[in-house]
Write a protein that binds this ligand. Structure first.
Ligand code: DPP
Ligand code: ZN
Length: 848
């Protein structure tokens, strides 16, 4: 398959009015009978169906008659029936195909996960099940018959009948093949029901393995909250009689929004206080919501082609972010989202894998399920909402659902809806979708006669294939804080449209401090000359919680980058952070976010973007040293927080309880720098929840005294895959950097390193990648270890190998010796015989 180009889009020259599937499940030789009701267009053209060499075709009939083999062509990816063999009137094409789910280790199409048959069809998995026009703009109704002795047989839509090993499902909503799903297994359900606001009763089920029911309740609560929220906030109702969620252990992604039958990675469904952290609970709630919200933004309105992936993903991430903000703390959620954006999307934008939210070329679409498509896609919608206002946004969304229900739509359609609903011209705004790269916004200020003027320039560095970057429209939210700490001008959104532009605030008595890019009003990097005292002032007084946190962040990064360069710094930060941590009026979660120092990766990024080659060891030492100084300076306060930020009563994952725990463990982490790990040792033994136990374990591992805690955890949870994933991951992540590769090697040699399971593989390899100085070990051992495993994984599961190869995406910014090691590792991967298209594309972009 050559490079795909957006410009080459052509509608499919047939009409498909119904798909009927009859599947007899077996580990080997599953029988897939498919009937497609097709209508040809006016011109006679060949019928080209997707479907590769893995499909064993037993028969091919048109209206009951076998198609003359002379008119049939097959290659590795398609089956073609010549126009000469096709009727000029509506006809039914019937195929009989055999496949082997048991041998499907790529987890794409139909596969077995621990005795459960399940599917993953996005983006192009359906073509591994049967021959089909496997493209999102071909939408049709599905009728599915499943045959198996397994007790639970599920597919999309509404159940028609189920008895004697046969189940029939009917999905009345036209959908593309990527939203198809089937599940068969020995499963049990946690069940509930929901009545939509127009009175439709919906049966809800969360299907898990027998024994896991007591860990599925939170997923169900989250589903009900999501259904209610989408009605209240977007006016969107559910549209079938049943909504099923199934948890499986082997899953390439987090979860999948198949119509009426969401399939989830079990780590995003199963939770109990003793096995899941507060972060896990929050993530489960968000992903359940995300997949549910796709029912409208993704399923009822889907994408015309895969270049438009951010149409559904950016919008659905934006919606799940709004949902979490409404249920929990909006300020904390915004800070967490920006941290993720910077750690993953800014990182992507600054390296060889940079691409726009709507790319215009790809080789393998699975490589574009990225932070840029998802997280930046959501940021772009946040900007749009800021520019047109809340009312304009609501009108545009109503119009979007009205106009495009049932469509396979494009980014152009999406923007047109906003233009029509608000009268605004979005031609310049569209660059956010088509141009890669993070704009750098610089700010200079002048003050004269009671007028403060902000002089901005914007400039976006070149990215692969896009040397020139015209100016974008950037919404810059600004407020002013007076010298006494009061807000003298509330938030106002400045719209920057030129390369350089100035904005004035007049009639001011005394010079205020500008609080700029409030709420992170645009996904840009702000460069601004500001002394540490002014930053500390904003950290103390800014009325916008994001900007307040950001002031502390900048203060920390300023200290850490100086320390990493060998200078002396940090006193201002230590003083300011103590005041904030002790501010009993501030939300404990906010205080915890401020107390957590920027990670080593973020420090490396800051150094690289300001012209210094990052030295991973120096960064690690700078950060550890500053943490120790904070602990020394605020020992009593931190000990008090640790002792008092407990949560009485039974564990609850709600925002307030989680906030207190987050501040408590932030204090624990700092105290661990000076108490030798004694508190952590005690806490690990007595804590009744996984949040505190994992935090304690991380402290112990960093100090090299985690062995007995690891043994305890292992003895308790050896049979729990999700806890064991954490057990593998944290040992590598929290290892002293000089040991990290050795720890990873030792763990990889264990019999329970079930590396073909994506979660287990990600735990170990992702754990190493997250250990910045360990992965970037000067001798290249971290790179070599990772490359060896990526090559091994590529032959088994190309999607996972390709995804994890992004560990290398920052390699060009390190020193020459590390660059040599990294390039060698990447070239070794590139030269592997039989390398998948997935990994080949990633590696070749990284060494281009
Ligand atoms: N399942 C993935 C998601 O929901 C891909 N659609 O984002
Ligand atoms: Zn999604």
């Amino acid at each position: 398959q050559p490079v795909q180009h957006l410009a080459d889009y052509r509608p499919w020259p047939f009409t498909l009015s119904q798909t009927r599937l009859d599947v007899t499940l077996a580990p080997r030789d599953t029988v897939v009978l498919t009937e497609l009701d097709l209508e040809p267009s006016d011109q006679p053209v060949d019928l080209v169906l997707d479907g590769g060499a893995g499909l064993r075709l037993q028969s091919l009939r048109i209206d009951g008659l076998t198609v003359d083999p002379a008119h049939v062509l097959r290659d590795d990816e398609t089956l073609t029936i010549r126009a000469a063999a096709l009727p000029r009137v509506p006809f039914t094409l019937a195929t009989d195909v055999r496949i082997d789910p048991q041998d499907n280790t790529a987890f794409e199409g139909l596969y077995l996960s621990g005795g459960i048959f399940c599917t993953q069809c996005e983006a192009e998995g359906f073509r591994h099940i049967t021959f089909y026009p496997d493209r999102p703009d071909v939408m049709t109704t599905f009728r599915v018959t499943l045959r198996s002795d397994l007790p639970v047989l599920l597919s999309n839509g509404n159940p028609v009948r189920a008895q004697d090993g046969v189940a029939e499902w009917n999905d009345p909503w036209p959908k593309p093949a990527y939203l198809f799903a089937l599940v068969a297994g020995d499963l049990v359900a946690v069940s509930d029901s929901f009545t939509t606001r127009s009175g439709r009763a919906v049966d809800l089920n969360v299907w898990v393995r027998p024994g896991d029911q007591d860990r599925a309740g939170f997923a169900m609560e989250s589903l009900i909250a999501s259904m209610r929220w989408d009605e209240d906030v977007y006016g969107r109702e559910y549209d079938l009689d049943v909504f099923n969620i199934v948890a499986v252990d082997d899953f390439n992604m987090g979860a999948m929004e198949n119509k009426g039958l969401n399939i989830f990675n079990s780590k995003l469904v199963l939770a109990s206080p003793d096995t899941a952290t507060d972060g896990d609970y929050e993530r489960i709630e968000a992903v359940i919501a995300h997949e549910y919200f796709h029912n409208w933004t993704g399923n009822r309105i889907t994408c015309r082609d895969w270049f438009q992936l951010c149409l559904k993903e950016g919008l659905t991430v934006f919606r799940d972010q709004q949902f979490t903000s409404d249920l929990r703390s909006a300020a904390v959620k915004r800070i967490e989202d920006v941290q993720t954006l910077r750690a993953r999307q800014f990182r992507e934008d600054q390296g060889p894998l940079a691409h726009p939210p709507r790319p215009d070329r790809y080789e393998e679409i699975n490589n574009f399920y990225t932070a840029t498509v998802y997280e930046k896609g959501a940021e772009v919608i946040g900007m749009l909402k800021r520019l047109v206002g809340d009312d304009g946004y609501a009108r545009a969304l109503d119009l979007y659902f009205d106009r495009h229900d049932g469509d396979a739509a494009t980014i152009e359609d999406w923007l047109k809806v906003f233009e029509d609903a608000t009268g605004r011209d979005l031609a310049q705004f569209k660059r956010w979708y088509t141009d890669a790269g993070t704009p750098v916004l610089t700010l200079q200020e002048t003050w004269q006669d009671g007028t403060l003027t902000l002089h901005f320039t914007q400039q976006t560095p070149p990215t692969p294939g896009q040397p020139d970057k015209p100016a974008r429209v950037i919404p810059i939210a600004v407020g002013l804080i007076g010298p006494n700490g009061d807000e003298v001008a509330p938030t106002r959104v400045l719209e920057m449209t030129e390369d350089r532009q100035s904005f004035s605030f007049e009639g001011l008595g005394a010079r205020p401090v500008a609080s700029v890019l409030r709420g992170c009003s645009a996904p840009v990097m702000l460069q601004r000359q500001m002394d540490d005292a002014t930053r500390a002032f904003l950290l103390a007084h800014d009325t916008d919680p994001f900007a307040r946190w950001e002031a502390g962040r900048e203060l920390a990064l300023s200290a850490l980058t100086q320390l990493a360069r060998g200078a002396d710094a940090g006193d201002d930060y230590i003083t300011a952070i103590g005041a904030l941590a002790g501010d009993a009026d501030a939300d404990p979660a906010f205080r915890a976010l401020c107390l957590n120092l920027p990670g080593e990766e973020e420090i490396a990024t800051r150094l690289a973007t300001t012209g210094t080659t990052p030295d991973p060891d120096a960064i690690q030492q700078a950060r550890a040293g500053l943490a120790r100084r904070i602990a020394m300076a605020h020992q009593d306060l931190l000990a008090e927080l640790y002792d008092t930020m407990t949560v009485p009563g039974a564990y609850s994952p709600d925002a307030d309880a989680a906030a207190r725990r987050s501040l408590r463990i932030a204090a624990l982490g700092l105290l661990g720098r000076i108490d030798g790990g004694d508190r952590a040792e005690v806490l690990f033994g007595i804590a009744g929840n996984m949040t505190e136990r994992m935090a304690a374990l991380a402290v112990l591992l960093r100090l090299g005294r985690g062995d007995s805690a690891l043994r305890m955890l292992h003895d308790e949870f050896a049979d729990n895959r999700l806890v064991m994933d954490k057990w593998f991951g944290i040992q590598v992540m929290a290892a002293p950097p000089s040991d990290a590769v050795a720890v990873a090697e030792r763990l990889a040699a264990r019999p329970d390193f079930d590396w073909k399971n994506p979660n287990r593989f990600r735990a170990l390899l992702g754990g190493l990648a997250a250990n910045h100085a360990g992965f970037h070990a000067a001798d290249g051992s971290g790179y070599a270890f990772t490359a060896d495993w990526l090559m091994r994984m590529d032959a088994v599961n190309p999607q996972i190998a390709a995804r994890m190869s992004t560990a290398f995406e920052t390699w060009p910014r390190y020193d020459a010796a590390r660059r040599d090691h990294a390039r060698n590792a990447l070239e070794r991967i590139a030269s592997l015989a039989g390398l998948s298209r997935n990994t080949r594309e990633m590696v070749s972009r990284m060494i281009a």
